[in-house]
Design a binder for this molecule. Structure first.
Ligand code: NAD
Length: 514
């Protein structure tokens, strides 16, 4: 019989306070005891808003021990009971979506409409997970040999961990934990240290919904926590979303340690606009998809590949729209685009407005001219547009992850395809055209995981799965949806015969079905 670790006792330490973000272990707030912490800023003011505890190896171990201890009873909990709890989680998240969104606006900086959109897309995943009785149905083959049946069941893997990025502090955890716990696993989340509060708030909601203590845990922190997760012998699977270099490290280290890993990385998403496209519609889509959430979306359109004569009118139409977008803090109801996550990141993004033109690009709109960039109170940068970008330029080769849209001009559809093919990333892409045949050919040809046809941000709905190709995903299975259920379960195949003394005999031959 396997020994089961006891849930950890709460650490004696400073009492949890509202200006310090703690861990959530075994159904309660646990103040950090590592002596390490990090700053959480309000990006709209630039002020230090809170501190977040950084977990030590021992604190990660405590969370994993709580999860391991909770797992046997949770996996034995009936499907109908787990479904009931999933329904309650779904309802509580919907009921408290404004509070979750407020955490996102405060710590990430995204404006309320965008924050509420994030919660809505996360909610879809929880709704999907309420279908778990159907999703876990196995297969059954009757009478494969005389009196013998074979059936397949899917069982949970044990303790799964999720490591998530700053840009979707609520949705990406919901991509993971809904399916993970619905399948009967226990879960340990390591959210981004830049905007950690939503994760703990979700922990409180899950407890209120009836999730048993230890089934969902949050450890705050940095690389120390991540590296412990990657080597912990009691963690069976790791889901990761973040930048490509870290995704590669997670995949290589996690799999080397025998874990199942899905690691989603960065992106450079191209939108191809063909000469027959509706220019105004394409320009609306380009602006929405490039600058929403200040460009800090892994599915943001960051490059327009303008084919032939469409380039001039399209770039003019995009440029005309930019001054009308209101940049400001999420507390201002009129703001459409908020700040970037940190000053350091904002300055890195702004540096491409220097290097791009130095390498031959045309800076059509310079976000550094925005008044909020000059005031330098929050981490703001205005909308920026770089034209005549070529694939050799630094601004093209890097994932900028900010409100900078680049235009690459090419003569033909084939040239556009080559630009996409040569790029190491392959998360999402889109084509704008009125030609159904061209769109269908694009869908057939393009080596990218998620494709939009006159849809700029083709994030799959929750009953499909999300994942890029090439350097945008390491691992076999995509995130959430049916592949998420597959990731968080493993198959067991049972071959069964009921006792029949009349046909029983010794036979040393290899079992045959005929
Ligand atoms: P990041 O890679 O810096 O961090 C992601 C997570 O990894 C965080 O929890 C962080 O604490 C941890 N981490 C960071 N550096 C680490 C290290 N050296 N070792 C171990 N762990 C480390 O990413 P980010 O800046 O938080 O998020 C933005 C990135 O995420 C962008 O590249 C974006 O494209 C990508 N992203 C991808 C998707 C997708 O679905 N493919 C979705 C959202 C974001």
């Amino acid at each position: 019989m396997t020994s089961i670790a006891q849930p950890p006792a709460a650490k004696a330490g400073p009492k949890p306070t509202t200006d310090r973000v703690n861990h959530w272990i075994n159904g309660r707030h646990v103040a950090g005891s590592s002596g390490r912490s990090g700053p959480v800023y309000n990006p709209a003011t630039g002020e230090l808003a809170r501190e977040v505890d950084f977990a030590s190896v021992e604190e990660v171990d405590a969370a994993v021990a709580a999860a391991k201890a909770a797992f046997p009873a949770w996996r034995a909990t009936s499907l109908s009971r787990r479904t009931e709890i999933l329904y309650r989680i779904r309802n509580l998240v919907e009921e408290h979506r404004a509070e979750i969104a407020a955490h996102l606006t405060r710590e990430h900086g995204k404006v309320p409409s965008d924050a509420l959109g994030e919660v809505a897309r996360g909610l879809e995943n929880l709704e999907f997970a309420t279908g778990i009785p159907h999703l876990l149905k196995g297969g059954f083959s009757e009478q494969v040999s005389t009196g013998i049946d074979v059936y397949q069941i899917r069982q949970p893997i044990g303790v799964a961990a999720g490591i998530t990025p700053f840009n979707f502090p609520a949705m990406v955890p919901m991509w993971m934990f809904g399916n993970a716990i619905a399948c009967g696993n226990a879960f340990v989340l390591k959210p981004s240290e830049k905007d950690p509060s939503a994760s703990v708030y979700l922990g409180e909601l899950l407890k209120e919904a009836g999730v048993p203590d230890g089934v969902f845990n949050v450890v705050q922190g940095d690389r120390v926590a991540v590296d412990r997760i990657l080597e912990h012998p009691d963690i069976a699977a790791v889901s990761f979303v973040g930048s490509t270099p870290v995704a590669r490290h997670i995949y290589e280290t996690g799999t080397k340690n025998g874990k199942r890993v899905q690691a989603l990385g960065g992106a450079k998403n191209h939108m191809v606009v063909l000469p027959d496209a509706d220019i105004e519609m394409a320009a609306d889509a380009a602006v929405s998809a490039a600058y929403g959430s200040a460009g800090e979306r892994c599915m943001a359109i960051s490059v327009i590949v303008a084919v032939g004569e469409v380039a001039d009118p399209l770039v003019d139409a995009i440029e005309r729209r930019l001054p009308k977008i209101k940049v400001g803090p999420g507390t201002d109801g009129e703001s459409e685009m908020g700040p970037l996550i940190t000053r350091e990141h904002r300055d890195k993004v702004a540096s491409y407005l220097e290097s791009g033109p130095a390498q031959g690009a045309t800076l059509r709109v310079d976000g550094r001219k925005h008044v909020l960039f000059h005031e330098d109170k929050g981490f703001f940068l205005g909308l920026s547009l770089l034209d005549n970008v070529t694939p050799e330029m630094e601004c093209y080769r890097n994932e900028i992850f900010g409100p900078v849209l680049e235009i690459v001009r090419v003569p033909t559809y084939d040239d556009a395809m080559q630009v996409i093919e040569d790029n190491p990333y392959a998360n999402g892409t889109a084509i704008y055209t009125r030609d159904g045949g061209a769109a269908r050919q694009f869908q057939f040809d393009v080596n990218v995981g998620m494709v939009g046809i006159n849809v700029p941000i083709p994030v799959p709905v929750a009953y499909y799965s999300f994942g890029g190709w090439k350097a945008s995903l390491f691992g076999d299975l995509h995130m959430y949806g049916p592949e998420g259920v597959q990731f968080y379960t493993r198959a067991k195949v049972v071959t069964s015969r009921w006792p029949d003394p009349a046909t029983s005999k010794v036979d040393l031959g290899f079992p045959r079905t005929r």
